[in-house]
Write a protein that binds this ligand. Sequence first.
Ligand code: MEV
Length: 294
Amino acid sequence: MSAFVGRGHGKLILAGEHAVVYGHPALAVAVDRGVEVRLTRIDGPTRTCADTACDDRLTEALHAALEPTGWEVSVFSDLPIGRGMGSSAAISVGLVRARAAADGETLSLQTIWERAFAAEKAFHGNPSGLDQAVACRGGLLRYRKGPPPHFDDLPCPSWPLVVLDSGAAGDTRALVEGVRERHPGNQQVLEAIGSLVGKVERAMNAPDQLGPLLTHNHTLLRHLGVSTPELDDLVQLALNHGALGAKLAGAGGGGVVLALTHDPKALEQAARARGIHAFTCHPQPGVSSAGVSP
Ligand code: MEV
């Protein structure tokens, strides 16, 4: 039986996580890893294929987004799940695309984003929409939440990023709520993160300037209370092994650290020697380079 397939990109946030929820801009880049969702029509109750790369929460949300009967859903992911690399947004986008393929619908990027954003609210409660925007558009994106949201597709960088996995999942919903509970006491930190975004954007073609800005963003996220000792150690490990800069990427509380370095292999090896899961990602060009209009 033929399957209807949809894909969503994984992402790494370069600057502006959490602050983006409060209306500041954020910069995120799609990476060459992502999620593929396959839908097959079946008789009987909707079910999830056993080897699907989803945790219980994601499986529940997938089922909530589909009719109660008639589908088998499979998810294939080379993104670590629940690690701040946008797996739930990539699944939402993949599902929207697969469902549209099954219905013979051609969707604009705006409609894909709107539908995936609606689904994401089931995962995260109060998402900014950034993760879904990168998952469907690819490339480097400057995003500001709405209404109406602003999507600015920027020239995609060519440098790779090393990802160091803390091995622990962060709970985005709880972290975003925690920042909200501490608001407005943390207003200054959120503003400092927001004002770093423009500097990061201007340093995009100058890795030696960009690196320290990434590390400064990490320090601000630590002040915001979303880092962990493990994430701080991973940042330090990266800096000790020649990284130009490093930061937690995503909501924090676990998840991954991204590191910018001239020598990705050396950093990967140093991390692996300590039993840390490490890999290199490359930016995935998106709509601006593919000439697709929104
Ligand atoms: C999560 O990937 C990014 C946050 O800024 C939340 C959001 O933007 O919805 C922490």
